[in-house]
Design a binder for this molecule. Structure first.
Ligand code: 13P
Length: 249
């Protein structure tokens, strides 16, 4: 595949610091940098430093936070700021993941504020979008995805999309074993690209697909030129499986 590919591992609530170090040691044994392939890891907050330290000598690997707050400090019990995540070794942050939107009530407005704050702190925002099953079945995929992009676009200058990475993750495909077909994914990616162009962003913005990606379906998904990579939960939790997945694309 000619375009550069990004493989992002979202560990979700797996791997404390000791497990993260063990994972990294095993992953380093199994892989070497490959041209045109970026590997990003999103460990839980407490494991960012351990993961970033363990991967420090690999220039193809970036570590990010799964969640931050938009304020830089203050009385926000349980939260961490972008600056704190950066100090621990993060250089990217997941924003608007469906689990944050649907389990923790994150709104489009908050997603936009988080994107602005991440950019201001020098972190790369990996902004997640996607419709629920009932939205898809109700023919509302396009409307939902465009609304989610426009909420961010209302607050960031058009040039910022050069830095932002987008992940299209249909909620019905996350952790369900039911992934979008490569055509379904490519169709929504085209919709997103069209909208970014309409907003004035000429450059190619990286758009990943996420939702039940595994070793068996990754090749067919990445055969779609619209996909710049994948954002993976379950199939990234084991280092052997993840090394295999990033090796087949
Ligand atoms: P799964 O790969 O487990 O479906 O999760 C996808 C996801 O939410 C990645 O952020």
């Amino acid at each position: 595949m000619s375009r550069p590919l990004l493989y992002a591992a979202n560990w979700k609530m797996h791997h404390g610091p000791a497990a993260a170090r063990a994972y990294a040691a095993r992953f380093l044994e199994l892989t070497s940098p490959a041209p045109g392939r970026d590997l990003w890891f999103f460990p839980p907050a407490v494991s960012i430093a351990a993961t970033a330290d363990a991967f420090a000598r690999r220039s193809d690997i970036r570590v990010g936070a799964q969640h931050t707050h938009w304020e830089s400090k203050g009385a926000f019990t349980g939260e961490i700021s972008n600056g704190m995540a950066a100090e621990a070794g993060a250089s990217a942050v997941l924003i608007g993941h469906s689990e944050r939107r649907h389990l923790f009530g994150e709104t489009d407005e908050q997603v936009a504020k988080l994107t602005v704050s991440a950019l201001a702190a020098g972190l790369i925002p990996l902004v997640c979008l996607g419709e629920t099953l009932s939205e898809r079945e109700g023919g509302r995929t396009e409307g939902v995805v465009l609304r989610q992009i426009e909420a961010v676009a209302a607050r960031v200058p058009v040039e910022a999309w050069r830095t932002i990475v987008i992940a299209y993750e249909p909620v019905w495909a996350i952790g369900t074993g039911r992934n979008a077909t490569p055509d379904d994914a490519a169709q929504v990616h085209r919709l997103i690209r069209g909208e970014l162009l309409r907003l004035g962003m000429q450059a190619r913005v990286r758009i990943l697909y996420g939702g039940s990606v595994n070793q068996g379906n990754v090749l067919a998904l990445l055969a779609q030129e619209e996909l710049d990579g994948v954002l993976v939960g379950g199939a990234s939790v084991d280092p052997d499986g993840w090394a295999e997945l990033v090796g087949v694309g």
